[in-house]
Structure formats: structure tokens, C-alpha cells
Design a protein around this ligand. Structure first.
Ligand SMILES: CC(C)(COP(=O)(O)OP(=O)(O)OC[C@H]1O[C@@H](n2cnc3c(N)ncnc32)[C@H](O)[C@@H]1OP(=O)(O)O)[C@@H](O)C(=O)NCCC(=O)NCCS
Length: 162
């Protein structure tokens, strides 16, 4: 079932373009201890499995983005961030809702991701979508040896029965 559009949200959502990279990289650097490079984003844009979307505010400024893969019957969430000045306004929630909708329309059955054990905001966000921890990857983040939770959520709704 498609998610109803949030008519009160003052943001629009569209695919990420190369011209968006300076804004995306600014948010990336403000959001992560080991931010992705421009080259990593460019490689994702050329990856046939990858989907990249941005959230744009009423000034047409980029305030968030998401990057996920559609691989066989799984969605893998690789990256999501909201500009620090625009957090807790529903942007990440909306980006994830769109990811679930696209995964569902492709017949995917589940979404997987990794998240730092200390990232309580992201874990709360994922829990609210039904993600559950299925494994811990010890010292997954090489820059500081922090563990990662592997989280999985089912995608309900019509899709191929396997
Ligand atoms: C995690 C992140 C993407 C959330 O983005 P956001 O746009 O602020 O999130 P939303 O406003 O859509 O919040 C949705 C839900 O997430 C949870 N959440 C978001 N921020 C939170 C916080 N600071 N503390 C606790 N829960 C939080 C809540 O459950 C919230 O639902 P609610 O508003 O009904 O309480 C953002 O904090 C961020 O960019 N962090 C840095 C990058 C990052 O950690 N990415 C995830 C990597 S795995």
C-alpha cells in the first residue's frame, strides 16, 4: 500500500543529481565521523542497484538524502542523513517511507541496514519502522572500532509469494 503524501511537510523529494553533490557532501561531513567522498556518491549514481534521493526545502536547498540498493528481493539502506538544522521535522521518516514504497513495488521482502550501537536517534527511527536487531558486527567501523547493529525489517503488502 502506498504511503499517503504528508500535505503539511514543507519539503519535496526527487532523485539526486551530480549538481547536488556540494550540498550533499556538506550534510555528509556534518553528520558522520567518516564521511563519504564525492567519488563514493558518484559511484553510487552509476550503480544500477542504487537509488539516491534528496529532500529539498521551500528555498530549494537540499536538507536531506537517502541512498539504498534494490538487490533481488532485498533493500539495503546504505546512507541517510538530514542537515542538522532540519532534523526532527520528519524528513528522514519520509525518505524511509519512500524507500519502503519502492521496495514494495519491486517485490522486495525486507530491508537491511547497519547502524552504530551509539546512534540512538537512528535506532529510534528504525525501530519506529519495525526494524529489529538480528546481529552485531563487532568493531565494524574501522575508524573507531565501534560495533554495528545489523537491523532487518519486513516489507509487508502485495509482492511475490516465495
Ligand atoms: C538519524 C537522522 C537521519 C534522523 O533524521 P530526521 O530527519 O531528524 O528524522 P525524523 O525527523 O524523520 O524523525 C523520525 C523519527 O526518528 C527518531 N528520531 C529522530 N531524531 C531523534 C533524536 N534526536 N532522538 C531520538 N529519536 C529521534 C524518532 O523516532 C522520530 O520520530 P518522532 O518524530 O515521531 O519522535 C538524523 O539524526 C541524522 O542525519 N543523523 C546523522 C546521520 C546518521 O546518523 N544517519 C544514520 C546512519 S545509520
Amino acid at each position: 500500500m502506498a504511503t499517503a503524501p504528508n500535505k503539511t511537510l514543507p519539503f519535496t523529494f526527487r532523485p539526486m543529481h551530480v549538481e547536488d553533490l556540494p550540498s550533499v557532501l556538506d550534510i555528509e561531513r556534518r553528520s558522520f565521523r567518516a564521511p563519504w567522498s564525492a567519488g563514493t556518491f558518484l559511484a553510487e549514481m552509476k550503480n544500477e542497484w542504487a537509488r539516491l534521493r534528496v529532500a529539498v526545502d521551500t528555498r530549494r536547498f537540499i536538507v536531506g538524502y537517502i541512498n539504498y540498493w534494490l538487490v533481488a528481493d532485498e533493500v539495503h539502506l546504505l546512507n541517510i542523513a538530514t542537515h542538522p538544522d532540519s532534523r526532527q521535522q520528519g524528513i528522514a521518516r519520509h525518505l524511509i517511507e519512500q524507500m519502503f514504497d519502492e521496495g514494495r513495488s519491486h517485490g522486495c521482502r525486507l530491508v537491511t541496514l547497519e547502524v552504530r550501537v551509539s546512534n540512538h536517534a537512528a535506532i529510534a527511527l528504525y525501530n519506529s519502522f519495525g526494524f529489529e536487531t538480528v546481529a552485531v558486527r563487532v568493531k565494524y567501523y574501522v575508524e573507531d572500532n565501534e560495533d554495528a547493529l545489523v537491523m532487518v525489517a519486513p516489507i509487508d503488502g502485495p509482492g511475490p509469494q516465495i
